[in-house]
Design a protein around this ligand. Sequence first.
Ligand SMILES: [Zn+2]
Length: 187
Amino acid sequence: MGKSRFGKFEAAPLSSDFIPSLREPTQQILWIGCSDSGFQETTILDLLPDEMMVHRNIGNMLIEGDLSSETAVKYAVSVLGVRHIVVCGHYGCQIVKAASREGLQGPWQSKLDSLHSANKHTIEQLPEEEHDRTFVKLNVLDQLRSLRQFPEVVDAAKSGSLQLHGIVYDTHTGEASRLVEEPECRI
Ligand SMILES: [Zn+2]
């Protein structure tokens, strides 16, 4: 169980049928992943490739004013009518690191800086090897929070036609967990 400015959360095991496959080429998922993940994590769920629309950028982040990710979200929700949005981070990410923002610029850097500042006490109390892993998880939660700023996402979620999921993938073991937030902590 971790604690952040988002409230309490935990990482629970992810089964391959967490999102049931439609068994037909209908895009039901917007998958937001990281550009340096190795691209294997989209196979952790037992889904047909055609069921996913994949959007990638550095750090699997939703940055306010980033036309590419904003258009992807709006198109997926309003036009495709996807039923799920997955934000998938990965351990070992060279971009989402607790200690260093080297090479990042502008809003990417400031969003991670802000996340780090807000959770500094939590992160610093952890054993060293857990720093980055926890920061990867917090970053996924931060992007879910950003997704909830989209009116299209809020409306679809309220009507019950859309669910948001945070997932973290371990590139070494090939295993994944889903991040579970306490409902009262959600925005
Ligand atoms: Zn990465």
